[in-house]
Design a protein around this ligand. Structure first.
Ligand SMILES: [Zn+2]
Length: 112
């Protein structure tokens, strides 16, 4: 079991990889029925996981993957952050990737 400290999250467990529908950006998708069950909408699986296991996502926040794996829905790897913070972290990760860091980033992930 690897334990990697990134920002405010301790990664204690492995990623929970969403194996159903994945969108073009690598995020897991989940069909959710509306309240009247007249139709269903696609929701991002990691956002649903965050709301089920942690709390409703605060207004204006995005869910950052501490593990950098967009298909992951492990709530221990998810953190609600502002768009500004999310962009800043992404830039840091990209820079570390350029520097040859061990961090796996979005750019290295490809659809199977
Ligand atoms: Zn993960």
């Amino acid at each position: 079991m690897n334990s990697t400290k990134t920002h405010n999250i301790q990664l204690k467990d492995d990623c929970w990889i969403w194996t159903a529908k994945i969108n073009e950006k690598g995020y897991g998708l989940l069909d959710v029925r509306n309240e009247t069950k007249t139709h269903s909408i696609n929701k991002r699986a990691h956002r649903v996981s965050y709301e089920v296991f942690i709390e409703p996502i605060p207004d204006g926040h995005e869910i950052d993957h501490a593990c950098c794996n967009r298909a992951c829905i492990n709530p221990a790897h998810l953190e609600a952050v502002t768009k500004k913070v999310n962009i800043k972290r992404r830039d840091v990760r990209r820079q570390k990737m350029k520097d040859g860091s061990e961090l796996v980033t979005y750019a290295k992930q490809k659809k199977p």
